[in-house]
Design a protein around this ligand. Structure first.
Ligand SMILES: Nc1ncnc2c1ncn2[C@@H]1O[C@H](COP(=O)(O)OP(=O)(O)O)[C@@H](O)[C@H]1O
Ligand SMILES: [Mg+2]
Length: 301
């Protein structure tokens, strides 16, 4: 039997992509570039990035470390100014941050001295909402992320996964249209990460939100994404935009499925290309590691 490729889509998946493509383009990058000046000279973190994201799509961005994923997230959030090109929301160029975009980072960005509820109320209160309105909105989103019972707890009393739920509630309470997530589950253990991914898909089903999700975990990208933007490093450029052929609704049972494996194989080819033999021709260039073993009886403690 012929191996399935990631380009093969079932009729249902193809029909779904046709529907997605008919939705408005909410976020567009046009020739987006970013160069940092550093002591070692200029670093071209992003070069000529182009993509269009349709409303309510989930786009995952993957690529090797240092390929510019965080720079892309920060630029889209308006926290970093691009060096060239432009970014458009609903077809209009935008500069700087805005309420239309919310952000969730890997590090817990909660205020440790505020309760869960006060953390989530912070945004609306800053935006001028009255205390009662802010509290009502906060409780709505805290409920949605399943933390009603912990509304009066402090961040240090919560697990890592729960803290990231609060971070999601805190971003969503401002009613952004686009949620930018930079490796939000990267610090969580594998089991909690799967739970959070499933939870995020639940939220996305219930809320009118478009998600740009950055990760270096290929399984996570395939599980969540409609399409996966694959970047390469030095400079950070688009390698490919992959339409994930795994049908929705997604479940963890799909991890071993043919579509899932075909997509993962393609991502691995792109991110860890096979080493070209000629690169290794000079065997003398490969030096054995020098490891000195100690006697087992040596006690360093
Ligand atoms: N503020 C900065 N100043 C200088 N160089 C930076 C800065 N931020 C990121 N870079 C460089 O840009 C490149 C991309 O970084 P980053 O976006 O953090 O990559 P990733 O998130 O994919 O690991 C790296 O080479 C990094 O060293
Ligand atoms: Mg990063």
């Amino acid at each position: 039997m012929k191996n399935r490729t990631y380009l093969e889509q079932s009729d249902a998946v193809r029909a779904r992509f046709d529907t997605i493509k008919q939705r408005n383009v909410i976020l567009e990058a046009r020739h987006l570039g970013k160069t940092f000046a550093s002591a070692q000279g200029e670093v071209e973190a992003l070069r000529d990035i182009n993509f269009k994201i349709h409303r309510r799509e989930i786009i995952c961005v993957v690529g090797p470390s240092g390929c510019g994923k965080s720079t892309l997230a920060r630029t889209l959030a308006g926290l970093e100014k691009q060096s060239s090109g432009e970014m458009l929301i609903d077809g209009k160029p935008v500069n700087g941050p805005g309420q239309d975009r919310g952000m969730v980072f890997q590090g817990y960005s909660l205020f440790p001295w505020l309760t869960v509820k006060k953390n989530v109320m912070f945004g609306p209160e800053m935006n001028g909402a009255g205390r009662d309105d802010a509290e009502r909105d906060a409780m709505l989103w805290i409920d949605l992320v399943g933390l009603s019972r912990f509304a009066n707890a402090y961040p240090h009393q919560l697990s890592g996964g729960m803290r990231q739920r609060v971070a999601i509630a805190r971003a969503l309470v401002n009613q952004p249209r686009i949620l930018l997530m930079d490796e939000p589950f990267g610090a969580l253990d594998a089991q909690t990460r799967i739970k959070m991914q499933t939870h995020l898909l639940d939220i996305w089903r219930n809320v009118d939100i478009t998600i740009v999700f950055i990760t270096h975990d290929l399984d996570e990208a395939i599980f969540l994404a409609d399409r996966i933007l694959v970047l390469k490093a030095h400079p950070g450029e688009v390698q490919e935009m992959i339409e994930v052929p795994v049908p929705r609704p997604r479940s963890t049972a799909q991890f071993g499925g043919a579509e899932f494996r075909a997509t993962k194989q393609r991502l691995e080819e792109l991110i860890h290309p096979p080493v070209q033999p000629e690169e290794n021709e000079d065997e003398s260039a490969i030096k054995p590691h020098l490891i000195r073993f100690t006697h087992v009886t040596d006690n360093v403690e």
